[in-house]
Design a protein around this ligand. Structure first.
Ligand code: UDP
Length: 453
């Protein structure tokens, strides 16, 4: 096939994409699919029964569902581990069938989430190239790939999760910024990482929902270490904007947009801890009263299941609604990217998931981070200490500290400086995705690679 230029699209290439079934992984994979479809590729999405995306939101794609054998109530780490075993045979069967699909054209390349390591040996044996999508950032990826080495040296699992000692192998992280899975899942975690890294080394390329302008040194380090082409093409949601259907697993409450429209510019703090993080009941009280006492307008996402031990909507403390009725809104799920881009939003209290962090940077909204698990502490470190576009609640959830931090972010001089710095970052991001920018060039290079298969 000829080289793909702006006006010359590879109609014949049929790609099979396989996302990991968590919200923070589904979103970037479906955004990537949308982007590649807009460049002329035809797309099949293979997905599990668990957290299945809604095919009717993506009428241009073909969907193939495969059984996963998952039961209810499993920890995400166990879900990953089970998928990596149970989905192997069904995935092989679907891919083998689609390799000779004459209606849509044979599959020429498979793109899977990097955590689906079992797919590498299957694509190898069926002789189809596999490219990997990493949905965390480059710093988190280096962290994850260093964990087997830290384990060998006896530094991991870490003994003191509050240690401020730097990890020299992964600047600028400290011991407390490393991912700490629950003790019962450490073995599974290590096993998953070792397989993931070795499968990625054997793949044909590595796509990051990350950007050169945010992590250039780390991305170069990965390029040197992995010796496969690396394509930082973030932010995917910006590239896919206007073309993408919704991959949201919960229905966003759009009524909050009308509420936001009534608020003063940059006055609202948006609060959301993503799709998985959950807190204990007493922490919910501290959050609620911290928000109320800060006196700032807020939009707070309290997802069903946000409080440990309760699958349904969380009960907010007595008196909270009365106290905050005039300046607060609580929703179950928000159209987050729209919210962050709204002129009334001046701050984001986030758990520091990579999608949320990137969306906040792209919309120029400074952050208050309260990292909960995995890569979130490392992301908070980048936000607070490297880019200096936010601050981190380091000492748990306590209403006085929350109240003070929100005021510093929303009305203090520190917040003003962060807002200036994040404006500069946003401009760099905007440049990266324009023609000639680093993410745009990486995308062209990725399309060239896929077209060469
Ligand atoms: N999100 C959303 N509405 C909400 C909360 C989150 O649409 O009310 C989206 C958010 O825009 C992001 C994703 O869910 O794209 C969460 O991913 P992230 O990596 O931030 O966190 P995770 O859910 O994986 O912990």
């Amino acid at each position: 096939m000829a080289r793909v230029g702006e006006n010359q699209l590879p109609q014949a290439h049929h790609l099979l994409l396989f996302p990991c079934p968590f919200q923070g992984h589904l979103n970037p994979m479906l955004q990537l699919a949308t982007l590649l479809h807009s460049k002329g590729f035809s797309i099949t999405i293979v997905h599990t029964q668990f957290n299945s995306p809604n095919p009717s939101n993506f009428s241009n794609f073909h969907f193939e569902i495969i059984p996963d054998g998952l039961s209810d109530g499993l920890h995400p780490m166990d879900i990953l581990s089970i998928i990596n075993v149970n989905c192997a045979a069904p995935f092989r069967a679907v891919l083998a069938r689609m390799l000779s699909d004459n209606r849509r054209g044979p599959i020429t390349c498979v793109i899977t989430d990097d955590v689906l390591s079992f797919t590498q040996s299957i694509t190898d044996s069926l002789k189809v190239p596999r490219i990997v999508l990493v949905t965390c950032n480059a710093t988190s990826y280096v962290t994850i790939s260093s964990i087997p080495m830290l384990h060998q040296k006896g530094y991991y699992p870490i003994e003191d999760p509050n240690s401020e000692v730097p990890v020299p192998e992964i600047p600028p992280l400290r011991v407390k910024d490393l991912p700490v899975p629950p003790p019962s899942t450490v073995g599974t975690f290590l096993q998953l990482i070792v397989r993931q890294i070795s499968a990625t080394r054997a793949s044909s390329g590595l796509i990051f929902n990350a950007l050169d302008c945010l992590e250039q040194t780390t991305l170069s380090k990965i390029q040197q270490e992995f010796r496969i082409p690396v394509f930082p093409i973030g932010p995917l949601y910006k590239f896919a904007a206007g073309h993408s259907g919704s991959s949201s697993l919960l229905s966003p409450d759009h009524s909050c947009m009308a509420w936001l429209a009534k608020q003063a510019p940059k006055s609202v703090i948006y609060v959301s801890f993503g799709s998985i993080a959950a807190i204990d009941g007493p922490d919910l009280l501290e959050m609620a009263w911290g928000l109320a006492n800060s006196g700032q307008p807020f939009l707070w996402v309290v997802r069903p299941g946000f409080v440990n031990g309760s699958e349904c909507a969380a009960e907010l403390p007595e008196g909270f609604e009365e106290e905050t009725r005039d300046r607060g809104l609580v929703v179950k799920w928000a159209p987050q990217q729209e919210v962050l881009s709204h002129p009334s939003v001046g701050g984001f209290w986030t758990h520091g998931g990579w999608n949320s962090t990137l969306e906040s940077v792209c919309e120029g909204v400074p952050m208050l981070c309260w990292p909960c698990f995995m890569d979130q502490a490392g992301n908070a470190r980048l936000v607070s200490h490297v880019w200096r576009v936010g601050m981190t609640l380091e000492n748990g959830l306590e209403r006085c500290e929350i109240d003070w931090a929100i005021r510093r972010l929303m009305v203090g001089n520190e917040g003003k400086e962060m807002r200036e710095r994040i404006k500069d970052l946003k401009e760099n991001v905007d440049r990266s995705i324009r023609k000639g920018g680093s993410s745009h060039q990486s995308l062209d290079a990725l399309i060239d690679l896929i077209s060469s298969f």
